[in-house]
Design a protein around this ligand. Structure first.
Ligand code: NDP
Length: 265
């Protein structure tokens, strides 16, 4: 129970990695606010967690007023916030429009940044406000491998995730400058099998071919699981990582380690 009595809020927690993080935090003893654009999904996840360990709340991370209201509500209930996980994110590829640097529309570019970057900015700002009275806390931003390398077919996604990586460091340094033990770190997953992949994988033979190619390109030769990302979020939320701030951890099966690992006979 590494997070006994801690109060946590996770965004985009109705499914995928956010859901796994909410489950892992609750399993370590935290009281988790399960938030998502999808209010029914958030309720479903919260209802499946141990009684008294979760609260479902609708939160669109793009909306500053909603952020203010939800964090005020949380502070009224619990008196403090210990952990914020800024997980909500979109690729922008859901609607099938081109997202390469030549053809992406300005509105699609902005829509991706509104969720992935503005959402993280607003979350960090609210977390600093909420954590300031106890002068401590942990903010975890879910960036991506795509925040470290270019992705030609998903340029807005890559740009937004690179900005999340950098903003994490600004927040970490700002809090340290102000004598606050509010730590801010980023996690960089890749190839974690969640519903986010559906629009990119397609159906039937095409799906099988694309999945096989992804597995082939990953040194560990498999997709990662949401639980493997959640385990790192628990570490960054807990006091075990008390000396870690402004850092980045990849959870990518070795993709960013260098050249591909070819199986040896
Ligand atoms: P999913 O698409 O499976 O889940 C994302 C969740 O976020 C959904 O429930 C979605 O709700 C919600 N959401 C979308 N927009 C908003 C919003 N404006 N406000 C609140 N919630 C919102 O994604 P993953 O679990 O795969 O991804 C989680 C995070 O991990 C994202 O930031 C993603 O970029 C990152 N990541 C994922 C990787 C992967 O391989 N899966 C790799 C690298 C990074 P709804 O269904 O209603 O849209």
């Amino acid at each position: 129970m590494r997070l006994h009595h801690r109060i946590a809020l996770v965004t985009g927690a109705a499914r995928g990695i956010g859901e796994a993080i909410a489950r892992a935090l609750a399993a370590e003893g935290a009281m988790v606010w399960v938030t998502d654009l999808d209010a029914d999904g958030a309720r479903r996840v919260a209802a499946s967690l141990p009684p008294g360990s979760a609260q479902a709340v609708a939160l669109d991370v793009r909306d500053e007023v909603q952020w203010q209201q939800v964090v005020d509500q949380l502070l009224q209930h619990h008196g403090r916030l210990d952990v914020l996980v800024n997980n909500a994110g979109i690729t922008g590829l859901e609607a099938g429009a081109a997202h390469d640097p030549e053809h992406a529309s300005l509105s699609d570019w902005r829509a991706v940044h509104a969720t992935n970057l503005d959402g993280v900015f607003l979350g960090c700002r609210q977390a600093i406000r909420a954590m300031r009275p106890q002068r401590r806390g942990a903010i975890i931003n879910i960036s991506s491998r795509s925040g470290m390398v270019g992705i030609p077919a998903a340029a807005a996604y890559a740009s937004s995730k690179a900005a999340v990586r950098n903003h994490t460091k600004s927040v970490a340094l700002y809090c340290a400058q102000h004598g606050l033990a509010i730590r801010c770190n980023s996690i960089h997953p890749a190839a974690i099998l969640t519903p986010m992949w559906e629009p990119m994988l397609g159906q039937g033979d095409e799906r099988a071919t694309r999945m096989a190619a992804l597995v082939r390109d990953t040194p560990l030769k498999r997709f990662g699981t949401p639980e493997e990302v959640a385990a790192v979020a628990v570490l960054l939320a807990s006091d075990e990582s008390a000396y870690m701030t402004g850092t980045e951890i990849t959870v990518d099966g070795g993709l960013l380690a260098g050249s591909a690992a070819t199986p040896q006979q």
